[in-house]
Write a protein that binds this ligand. Structure first.
Ligand code: ASP
Length: 432
C-alpha cells in the first residue's frame, strides 16, 4: 500500500495553529501561574523558538552568498545583470508606491482614529534615530567585507558578492573551479534548508506559543479600527495588486502562486522577519514556482532588504490614524511626502522584526506628526508585524516572478506541477 506522506507545509500550518491556540490560552488563563510563565513561556518556549530563529538566520548569509555567485555566473554577462537589477529595483519601488497609495486612500475613506480616546494606553515609544539617506547610500559599499558577512548586512553582501562573481567570470578558466564549487555549495546549502524545514513544525509551534502567550488578542480590541484597516489593506494589496501583476505581467495563475508561497508565508508570519525567511522564499520561488536561480538569487535577497509593501501599508494607515487621533490636518503635499518617505525608508532598513516602527518615526518627523503617537499603536504592532511580513515576502516573490518571466527564466512546467519542490519527510543518508 503506498504510504501517504504529509507535506511539511501542512504540518507547519497545523503546528502554527496549535501554537497560537496554546499561547492564547496561556495569555488568557495562566498569566499568574509561576511555573507556566517561568518554566514554559520564558523557559522551554523561549529556548526552542529562539534557537529555531537562529537556525533560520544561520542559513541566510551562506545561502545568499553561494546562490548569488551561481546566479551572477549563470547570467554570465554584465549588461543582463544590470537589466535584471534595474527591472527588479523599479518594480520594487512601484509595488511599494502602490501599497502606500492604496493604504492612504483606504484609510482616508474609512478614517480610523476619529473620536479615539487619547488617554488610552500610551505605550512608551522613543524613536531610534534612523540613518540619513547619504549614510544609507555610502553604506551599500562595505568598508570591510568580512564585517559585512559577520553582521549579515544584506546590501553590502550583495554588493561584494556581485563584484566578486563578475571578477570570477573575468578570470575565465582559472575561475571556473570556484564557480563549480559555489554551485556545489549552493546545492548543499539548499539541503541544509531542507533539514531546518524538517524541524520547522516544532520551531513554529513554540514560536507561536511564545508570541501569543505574551501578546493575547485583548490588546487589539481598543485598537480595532486601526488594526482592521491595516489588515484590510494588506489583503487588498495581496489579492488585488499582486494578483493583477501576477496575471498580467508574470502570466501566472495567482491562486497557484499563493498556494506555492504558503510555506514561506508561514515562516514570515511566525518570525516577522523577511531576512530570516530568505532561505524559504528562495526555496519556494526556485523549486515551487520555477524561477531560475540566476534571477531569484539576486532579486529575493534584494527584495527582503529594500521591498516592504506590507510595512508601507502600515505606515500609510498609521499616519492617517495618528493624524485623526491628534486632530492634525494633513495637506495633500504631506501625503505625497509620506509616499516618498516610506518608499525611501523601506530601501534603507533591513527586513527584521519591528523595523517598520523606526521607519514610521522617520515618516512622522518629516510631516510633523508627534512621534510619541507611535506609542499608541505599539501594543498591536507585533501581530501586524507578522501579517505585514507575509505581504513583504509575497511582494518579493511576485516581483521575482515578473522579472523571471520577462527574462525567460521561469519554467512553467515547475509552476504547473503541484508537487514540484514539496518537502515531505527528509530522507537522511544511511550506510548500508
Ligand atoms: N518585520 C518586517 C520585515 O521583516 C519589517 C517591519 O515591517 O517591521 O519584513
Amino acid at each position: 500500500m503506498p504510504q501517504h506522506k504529509t507535506p511539511i507545509t501542512t504540518k507547519i500550518l497545523i503546528a502554527m495553529l496549535l501554537g497560537l491556540l496554546l499561547g492564547s490560552l496561556i495569555n488568557q488563563f495562566a498569566q499568574n501561574i509561576d511555573w507556566i510563565q517561568h518554566g514554559l513561556v520564558n523557559g522551554l518556549f523561549y529556548v526552542v523558538s529562539a534557537a529555531f530563529v537562529n537556525a533560520l538566520k544561520m542559513l541566510v548569509v551562506p545561502l545568499v552568498t553561494f546562490s548569488l555567485i551561481c546566479g551572477v555566473c549563470g547570467i554570465g554577462d554584465v549588461s543582463t545583470l544590470g537589466r535584471v537589477g534595474i527591472k527588479a529595483f523599479a518594480l520594487y519601488l512601484l509595488t511599494t508606491g502602490l501599497a502606500i497609495t492604496l493604504a492612504l486612500t483606504v484609510a482616508l475613506l474609512i478614517s480610523p482614529g476619529q473620536g479615539f480616546e487619547t488617554t488610552a494606553s500610551l505605550g512608551n515609544f522613543t524613536a531610534k534615530p534612523a540613518p540619513p539617506l547619504t549614510e544609507v547610500l555610502i553604506n551599500i559599499v562595505p568598508g570591510n567585507p568580512i564585517q559585512a558577512f559577520a553582521e549579515g548586512n544584506m546590501l553590502q553582501i550583495i554588493f561584494f558578492v556581485i563584484l566578486f562573481a563578475i571578477a570570477l567570470l573575468m578570470t575565465g578558466e582559472k575561475g571556473q573551479p570556484l564557480v563549480d564549487l559555489a554551485d556545489r555549495l549552493n546545492e548543499v546549502m539548499m539541503n541544509v534548508v531542507t533539514l531546518v524545514m524538517d524541524f520547522a513544525p516544532v520551531g513554529v509551534f513554540f514560536l507561536m506559543a511564545k508570541t501569543f502567550s505574551e501578546q493575547g488578542f485583548g490588546l487589539i480590541i481598543p485598537m480595532i479600527g486601526y488594526f482592521s484597516v491595516v489588515v484590510l489593506c494588506l489583503i487588498l494589496h495581496c489579492l488585488g495588486t499582486f494578483s493583477l501583476l501576477l496575471h498580467f505581467l508574470a502570466k501566472l495563475a495567482p491562486a497557484t502562486f499563493f498556494k506555492k508561497m504558503r510555506s514561506a508565508q508561514i515562516f514570515a508570519f511566525s518570525t516577522a522577519s523577511s531576512n530570516a525567511t530568505i532561505p524559504i522564499t528562495l526555496q519556494a520561488v526556485e523549486k515551487r514556482i520555477g524561477v531560475n536561480n540566476a534571477t531569484a538569487a539576486f532579486t529575493v535577497p534584494l527584495g527582503a532588504t529594500i521591498n516592504m509593501d506590507g510595512t508601507a501599508i502600515m505606515q500609510g494607515v498609521a499616519t492617517v490614524f495618528i493624524a485623526n487621533v491628534y486632530g492634525i490636518n494633513l495637506e495633500f503635499s504631506d501625503y505625497l511626502t509620506v509616499i516618498g518617505m516610506s518608499i525611501l525608508a523601506s530601501i534603507g532598513t533591513a527586513g527584521v522584526p519591528g523595523v517598520g516602527l523606526i521607519m514610521l518615526a522617520m515618516v512622522f518627523n518629516q510631516v510633523g506628526l508627534p512621534v510619541e503617537g507611535i506609542g499608541l499603536i505599539l501594543g498591536v504592532d507585533r501581530v501586524l508585524d507578522m501579517l505585514r511580513t507575509v505581504v513583504n515576502i509575497t511582494g518579493d516573490a511576485t516581483v521575482t516572478s515578473i522579472v523571471g518571466r520577462s527574462e525567460n527564466e521561469l519554467d512553467d512546467s515547475i509552476f504547473n506541477d503541484p508537487n514540484a519542490g514539496i518537502i515531505t519527510d527528509v530522507e537522511l543518508p544511511h550506510k548500508s
